[in-house]
Design a protein around this ligand. Structure first.
Ligand code: GCO
Length: 255
């Protein structure tokens, strides 16, 4: 029987920032679609608890704790996990942080932390796994961008710059690696109901502004990420590369 277009059986995925929120939802969804999934996070205790929970449900999952902004840890631990579970076929660069504040008061450390985690980590992780993908002439890389790859609001400059850069890095990877049958795409979430956005959800004025700015009138749920993640991880998207697909309830379509 020909495999289903969205079937990930036989594939191994690595999802960064997978101990909670969007990363955990995507990792769980990829596992449910048949993939063996390696979950990464810097929060080791939380990561191992979630891996145990998903594993107990019968899915093939492994924990790979590491700081994705640390090249030495990547160069040591990613080859180690590949030796343990097999080559990474699908990489989801999801790890992301936020440091809000007016540009003129934003500490340099905060700026560098955001750029290191949200942008440089995607470069470092992709560079690590793409060698094997090139050898196998097959691979999927999914970078989690943001509506803030396109538009923004005051006090989120570091995040906007990191996500704008990630959009262009996605296109750069796509055009360089297409000849190796490696597809690189982005998902651009809008305002999602996650820990990152708790400060907005708990601020009545900001919460009302977000809900007025999103035509769907709601925050996205992490579960909303699963379908597009499976699509971009599967053979159904083999001729799609260099795209960023926005999952935003209509935000970017509206003034
Ligand atoms: C904010 C939000 C945004 C996020 C949003 C869209 O402070 O407005 O945290 O920066 O990027 O969830 O991705």
């Amino acid at each position: 029987m020909t495999p289903h277009l969205f079937d990930l059986n036989g594939k191994t995925a690595l999802v960064t920032g997978a101990a909670q929120g969007l990363g955990l939802a995507m990792a769980t969804g990829l596992a449910q679609a048949g993939a063996q999934v390696v979950l990464n996070d810097i929060q080791e205790v939380k990561l191992c608890a979630e891996v145990a929970r998903i594993g107990a449900a019968g899915f093939r999952v492994h924990a790979c704790p590491l700081d994705v902004s640390n090249s030495a840890q990547i160069q040591e631990r990613v080859p180690a996990i590949e030796r343990e579970v097999g080559p990474i076929d699908i990489l989801v660069n999801n790890a992301g942080i936020h440091r809000r504040g007016p540009i003129e008061h934003l500490p340099e450390t905060a700026w560098r932390e955001v750029l290191d985690t949200n942008l440089s980590a995607a470069f470092l992780m992709a560079k690590q796994v793409v060698r094997g993908m090139i050898e196998r002439r097959s691979g999927k890389i999914i970078n989690i961008c943001s509506v803030m790859s396109e538009v923004g609001r005051p006090t989120v400059a570091a995040y906007m710059a990191s996500k704008g850069g990630l959009k262009m890095l996605t296109k750069a990877m796509a055009v360089e690696w297409a000849k190796h049958n490696i597809q690189v795409n982005g998902i651009g979430p809008g305002w999602m109901a996650t820990e990152m956005n708790r400060p907005l959800m708990e601020n009545p004025a900001l919460d009302a502004w977000v809900r007025s700015r999103v035509p769907a009138g709601r925050y996205g749920d992490p579960a909303d990420m699963v379908g597009i993640a499976i699509y971009l991880a599967s053979s159904a998207s083999n001729f799609v590369t260099g795209q960023v697909i926005y999952l935003d309830g209509g935000t970017l379509a509206a003034l």
